[in-house]
Design a protein around this ligand. Structure first.
Ligand code: NDP
Ligand code: GDR
Length: 366
């Protein structure tokens, strides 16, 4: 396909990580805005883009403007090839090994896919001669703050990452700043706090909880195992956050922005809200010394959902408290940090998971 000849004057976007949670929402947003959207997909031995299935359906109104290309962030030549073919006006670098706990198991790969790959993308843009025309968004993260030095966390708060993932993302953050300063590229970091949705990956804590709510309610799962219940996160909705990514690339000058709701909640509270949505009180269980409650008999916990604390899910070093200060995004971008409340997010995720657990094709709706 000659990608350029089919743009018909439309703006062109390239999304790495298009098969992920954010990639799917961003694709919908950009297609609705009239863009031609190109996405990178990795080769996999099995079908790996269920979050895009509805967009790939020829019945989807903008399907003909959506294109997938094989590439990998760790393969520089594949990035140059896709950039040369598509000549994007906007590049959204969302691809990463994005799981914090997994990054302790795969530190080197995480460094490459979530850190050095940012340099690959920036350098590939220069190599293909797009550095004056293409605007670049980097998916930076509140994990950069890591160990708590100040709350709420703003664009001025110092970084202290607490995982190989955070360290890799720190490299990417500074690569973006450096290319902006050195080559005058339009490159921005969005420092995004946690954002969730029914499309969230299944091993992140919110989705793990809401899927368990659905399965326990339907009698298909006995209990939910969790790690640190006291961690506090600033959770927003992914759909609201991808809009902010787009806004950042529409500004006159490239700048970095913190994106969060300004409200923080414990993992424990999220679980309570999720099980309450399905009408189930929680019975907390855990090894003595780890929680206040020991394991009890089935009779004692009748009618309650069992949530068991397991040290298996504790991290070698934890990020205890994240709370974003979205003042700059609110004032400069006109972005509304509280468009979706936590209760609305929990309700949407639980309801979707109950629906999907009973109807296997229901995922196409979410
Ligand atoms: P997901 O884990 O849902 O998606 C990650 C995407 O990256 C997937 O499309 C994945 O492909 C792709 N990917 C992974 N490794 C490679 C590689 N080597 N080459 C090409 N693509 C690769 O993440 P989210 O959508 O939740 O997050 C998007 C980005 O934002 C990530 O960079 C994440 O680190 C960052 N971020 C996320 C936050 C959140 O709360 N969601 C908060 C702050 C930052 P595949 O489907 O094949 O695995
Ligand atoms: P996080 O998200 O590490 O903040 O990274 P995750 O949902 O994995 O963990 C949030 C908090 O919950 C605690 N926790 C558990 N976590 C998981 N995954 N599974 C459990 O069973 C469990 N029990 C308790 C964790 O210890 C942690 O404190 C996400 C990712 O999307 C990153 O890519 C992104 O950069 C940051 O958010 C902002």
């Amino acid at each position: 396909m000659d990608a350029q000849s089919s743009t018909q004057g439309r703006r062109v976007a390239l999304i790495t990580g298009v098969t992920g949670q954010d990639g799917s929402y961003l694709s919908e947003l950009l297609l609705a805005k009239g863009y031609v959207v190109h996405g990178l997909k990795r080769r996999s031995s099995s079908y790996n883009h269920p979050r895009l299935e509805h967009i790939l359906d020829p019945e989807y109104p903008d399907s003909e403007r959506f294109h997938l290309h094989y590439a990998d962030l760790t393969d520089f030549s594949s990035l140059c090839k896709v950039l040369r073919l598509t000549k994007p006006d906007e590049v959204y670098n969302l691809g990463a090994q994005s799981h914090v706990q997994v990054s302790f198991e795969l530190p080197q790969y995480t460094a490459e896919a979530s850190g050095v790959a940012v340099m690959h993308m920036l350098e590939a843009i220069r190599t293909t001669g797009l550095e004056r025309s293409a605007r670049f968004y980097q998916a930076s993260t509140s994990e950069l703050y890591g160990k708590v030095h100040e709350v709420p966390q703003s664009e001025e708060t110092p970084f202290h990452p607490r995982s190989p993932y955070g360290v890799a993302k720190l490299y990417g953050f500074w690569a973006v700043k450096n290319y902006r300063e050195a080559y005058d590229m339009f490159a921005c970091n969005g420092i995004l706090f946690n954002h969730e949705s029914p499309r969230r990956g299944e091993i992140f804590v919110t989705r793990k909880i809401t899927m368990a709510v659905a399965k326990i309610k339907l009698g298909r799962q006995e209990c939910l195992m969790l790690g640190n219940l006291d961690a506090q996160r600033d959770w927003g909705h992914a759909r609201d956050y991808v809009y902010c990514m787009w806004l950042m690339l529409q500004q006159e000058e490239p700048e970095d922005f913190v994106i969060g709701t300004g409200i923080t909640t414990t993992v424990r509270k999220f679980a309570e809200l999720a099980f309450a949505r399905a009408g189930m009180p929680i019975h907390w269980e855990g090894p003595p010394g780890v929680t206040e409650v020991g394991v009890v008999s089935e009779g004692e916990r009748k009618g309650q959902a069992v949530v068991r604390i397991s040290p298996k899910y504790f991290r070698p070093s934890e990020v205890d408290l994240l709370l974003g200060d979205p003042t700059k995004a609110r004032t400069k971008l006109g972005w509304n940090p509280q468009k979706t409340s936590l209760q609305q997010l929990v309700n949407e995720m639980v309801d979707a998971d109950v629906d999907m657990a009973t109807n296997p094709r229901a995922y196409l709706k979410y």
